[in-house]
Design a protein around this ligand. Structure first.
Ligand SMILES: Nc1ncnc2c1ncn2[C@@H]1O[C@H](COP(=O)(O)OP(=O)(O)OP(=O)(O)O)[C@@H](O)[C@H]1O
Ligand SMILES: [Mg+2]
Length: 274
């Protein structure tokens, strides 16, 4: 009986911690949305200003040196491309934030016709480049297998993209850890496979990284657990991913892992073709 009470108390404390984390993340998401809107809007205004510069350059083209004029035009084109990137990535941050807000209010995001192979490809490479930016030595062979001519399906895209980002971040971190610990013969590998049927989609994500021991495996989806150094991991990634897939997307996520061999996640999501 006493043990039972202790267990329940621990569970309650854990749930309270998660509830306050939910409120906290909703608060942060809300506060970030405003400055992010400024970033996007100022970038749009700056793009228009570069358009004006291009017009002026056009008018001056017979008055200034041809080479200088060409150089200025190239710089203006680069500036506009950079502004577009700022807007695109800013918009993506906004949709992530809206996803957090919806999740913490217990609402479902909007289902949209989604090109799943493109989404998977985009987010895996986003995780790869983020990892490379942090560690120039990081390397991994990425194998992607997608069905040909797959039709779009109705799904909440930001729920899937956030999950894939979390899973890919973990997998890349795990292969990098193993690479650092082992000799040069180790080849870091990451594999993603997508299948689809009338019932929905199924995604397999496999890495040959450091793997998880039984303790981490037991807690992965239900408790806040991290083996990363302070400041590098919060232990929230898999908890959120589990929520996004089971509650947001109505699907299932399971995994198998072995220390110093690797980890495989299996995700199945019911969805309709467009
Ligand atoms: N593919 C994987 N290979 C090996 N270990 C993994 C893998 N995925 C998760 N883990 C282990 O599970 C722990 C929890 O993962 P989770 O994504 O929840 O948190 P985190 O990555 O530590 O921090 P963050 O909140 O930044 O994601 C990790 O610290 C790691 O020990
Ligand atoms: Mg993580």
């Amino acid at each position: 009986m006493e043990q039972e009470i202790k267990k329940l108390q621990e569970k309650l404390a854990q749930q309270q911690k998660l509830a306050s984390l939910g409120l906290l993340s909703a608060g942060i998401a809300h506060e970030i949305q405003n400055p992010l809107n400024f970033v996007i809007n100022f970038s749009k205004t700056s793009s228009h200003l570069v358009d004006d510069i291009e017009d002026i350059l056009q008018d001056l083209s017979d008055k200034i040196d041809q080479e200088d004029c060409k150089e200025l035009q190239d710089i203006a084109t680069d500036l506009k491309e950079n502004m577009t990137k700022i807007q695109e990535h800013g918009q993506r941050a906004i949709s992530i934030i809206q996803g957090i807000l919806l999740l913490s209010r217990g609402k479902e995001g909007e289902k949209l016709p989604t090109d799943i192979p493109s989404l998977l490809h985009e987010y895996i490479w986003l995780a790869y480049h983020a990892m490379r930016a942090l560690d120039k030595k990081f390397n991994v062979s990425i194998h992607e297998t997608y069905p040909d001519n797959m039709p779009k399906v109705m799904i909440v895209p930001q729920d899937l993209s956030r999950s894939i980002l979390n899973l890919a971040n973990n997998a890349f971190y795990a292969v990098n850890e193993r690479a650092k610990a082992e000799n040069k013969d180790f080849n870091p590998e990451f594999e993603i496979q997508l299948k689809h049927s009338e019932k929905g989609i199924s995604i397999t994500i496999r890495d040959n990284g450091c793997g998880m021991d039984a303790d981490v495996q037991g807690k992965l989806f239900h408790e806040l657990i991290t083996t990363k150094p302070i400041g590098k991991g919060t232990g929230l990634g898999m908890r959120i991913t589990h929520d996004l897939i089971t509650r947001g997307l109505n699907g299932t996520i399971t995994f198998q892992s072995a220390v110093n061999q690797g980890t495989t996640f299996q995700i199945d999501i019911p969805c309709e073709q467009c």
